[in-house]
Design a protein around this ligand. Structure first.
Ligand code: GRF
Length: 212
């Protein structure tokens, strides 16, 4: 993203998706970006995963996307170096986190000028922060008796789930819901929300700031 003159119809913003799990959000984002009627302002050009066995890695192979696997055994400094080299190689402008279970170093955030987004399976600021991932989020919502939950796309800063909220989609909690039922309903909302939130962020960011 180079400036207000950046035309995403001829020069789409290049995204790296980071994930450690099944990769269903990554699949939704890639599919959306490759659907002509969406006139996507971005392409997905790199997948980053913490494990070679994660579903997101096989998803990437299916779509012919390059993958960088950062094994746990790599020292953190080496992980950052490999990430920065891959960003360079694939000209990455923006990072979309989707179930990535590792901290993102400030150097990595700076390399994409702060354009790092995440999706969280609750209506932040509720049910975010330490320990709030996976089933724990949905159990906490059910225990609280809240009538609704949902998905949130937000900017990533040093305080993980506390970055600026970009978009939310609400879902109704049904009286008989288990954590698994709620997780499925929220995940379906994530798949609708994340691609369009990315597109909206990019369209706004690209035209707003000359410094991008
Ligand atoms: C999603 O629920 C997302 O909100 C959370 O991790 C999960 C990732 O699922 N941060 P998937 O790998 O995209 O299927």
């Amino acid at each position: 993203m180079t400036g207000p003159e950046h035309d995403t119809t001829t020069m789409p913003v290049r995204i790296a998706i980071f994930g450690s799990g099944a990769g269903s959000n990554a699949r939704a984002i890639v599919t959306w970006s490759r659907t002509a009627s969406n006139a996507s302002p971005f392409t997905v050009d790199l997948i980053v995963s913490t494990s070679a066995n994660a579903g997101i890695v096989s998803m990437a192979a299916e779509f012919g996307l390059p993958v960088l696997v950062l094994e746990k055994t790599l020292p953190p400094g080496e992980q950052t170096l490999r990430l920065l080299a891959a960003f360079n190689q694939y000209h990455i402008d923006l990072v979309a986190l989707a179930g990535y279970l590792r901290r993102i170093e400030p150097e990595v955030i700076n390399a994409v000028h702060g354009h790092v987004l995440n999706i969280h399976p609750s209506l932040l600021p509720k049910y975010g922060g330490r320990g709030m991932y996976g089933a724990a989020v949905h159990r906490a919502v059910l225990d609280s008796g809240d009538a609704e939950s949902g998905a949130t796309v937000h900017m990533v800063n040093a305080q993980y789930d506390e970055g600026h909220i970009l978009a939310q989609e609400r879902v109704t909690v049904q009286p008989q819901d288990t954590a698994d039922d709620l997780a499925k309903r929220v995940l379906a909302a994530e798949h609708r929300l994340y691609p369009s939130a990315l597109a909206a962020y990019i369209r706004t960011a690209v035209y707003r700031a000359a410094s991008l």
